[in-house]
Ligand binder design. Structure first.
Ligand code: NCD
Length: 347
């Protein structure tokens, strides 16, 4: 884990460095999905191809595939979420897994039990997968490190560290419009400093050999040393948007700001909001993305969010397919319906 997005709120959860190799089993297959960092390009492409196959399978949207029949998935969301939790839930149901949403607010950890004790108890209930969202960076790594060998952990967002399934659904959306990443100029605009989405996107775009990655933000929302990730830094949106193929807008992460980093939301919109006029600086066929939830009139003008270049709703649909892909891969399940198996090994 690099220091750029290291998070003091992770309160010592992380016992030493976090090798990305802990995500793979001895055969190089995906065992947990915690971060994009360090994963080989072929594996990212496998996720995208599998997601695309799910999208193309006739009837997948209405019918269930028996791929994860008999498996139990637990949604462990220690941080508020509706969209992401729901898409994991739908993905699990489409694969015929049983899914349980744990009500964390009333759970044992809220009553003082340690995270590890909670995990041990859930393991004993014979579940196969934990989907974890937590406000502490590296919480999912921590659980993956200490959970039983039959369990896979999917990171659904940890602090400001990583949000790998979001990044992969973004890559799928980009690929559907612009199949070759190598000539692309991609701009990520907004609260880069607090965004786990930005960090995972940068790792994914880099792994997929994107031509140029730009980050655009006011100085106060730009993490120090971000250039080390191989991105070009812009403080002026007008300059940064020139000729880009993809514009990714980010939400202001007020919940992660300890101090006033912006004069006002109004001024932020005046200087960084994506308006129709600013979008005209990008290539005419540029696509506009946002991981959601989008604040209209803060990061993005409604006319752009609902306009012809917006692919925001397509991102949501792709989110289900990508989560189905990752869930089936960590369980070692074959794609063909009826051939669900447990060829999962080791780890
Ligand atoms: C993102 C997140 O939680 O990091 N949203 C999401 O997954 N739907 C981005 C955000 O909250 O701004």
């Amino acid at each position: 884990m690099d220091k750029l997005f290291s998070d003091s709120s992770s309160t010592g959860l992380v016992p030493g460095p976090l090798p990305s190799s802990m995500q793979l089993n001895a055969d190089g297959k995906l065992r947990h999905f915690l971060t994009i960092e360090g994963l080989p390009p072929l594996l990212l492409e496998e996720i995208l191809d599998r997601a695309e196959q799910f999208l193309n399978l006739p009837g997948t949207v209405q019918n269930k595939l028996p791929i994860l029949r008999g498996k139990t998935v637990m949604n462990l969301f220690f941080e508020n979420s509706t969209r992401t939790r729901t898409t994991f839930e739908i993905a699990a149901k489409r694969l015929s897994a049983d899914i349980i949403n744990l009500d964390i607010r009333n759970s044992a950890t809220a009553k003082g039990e340690s995270l590890l004790d909670t995990i041990r108890n859930l393991e004993a209930m014979n579940c196969n997968m934990f989907v974890v969202r937590h406000s502490s960076s590296a919480a999912a790594h921590f659980i993956a490190r200490y959970c039983a060998p039959h369990i896979s952990v999917l990171n659904a967002g940890d602090g400001r560290h990583a949000h790998p399934t979001q990044a992969m659904l973004d890559m799928l959306t980009i690929r559907q419009h612009k199949p070759d990443f190598t000539p692309l100029k991609v701009a990520i605009v907004g609260d880069i400093k607090h965004s786990r989405v930005a960090r995972s996107q940068i790792h994914a775009l880099t792994t997929l050999c994107t031509g140029e990655i730009r980050v655009i933000a006011p100085q106060t929302l730009m993490p120090q040393g971000i250039e080390e990730m191989g991105v070009n830094v812009y403080n002026h949106i007008e300059k940064g948007l020139a000729d880009v193929d993809v514009v990714i807008m980010l939400r202001l992460q007020h919940e992660r700001m300890n101090t006033a980093l912006l004069p006002s939301v109004r001024e932020y919109y005046a200087r960084y909001g994506l308006t129709e006029e600013r979008l005209r600086l990008a290539r005419p066929d540029a696509i506009v993305m946002h991981p959601g939830p989008a604040n209209r009139g803060v990061e993005i003008d409604s006319r752009v969010a609902d306009g012809p270049q917006s692919v925001i709703l397509q991102q949501v649909t792709n989110g289900i397919a990508v989560r189905m892909a990752v869930m089936s891969m960590v369980m070692g399940a074959a794609l063909a319906p009826g051939k669900a198996n447990s060829q999962r090994e080791g780890g």
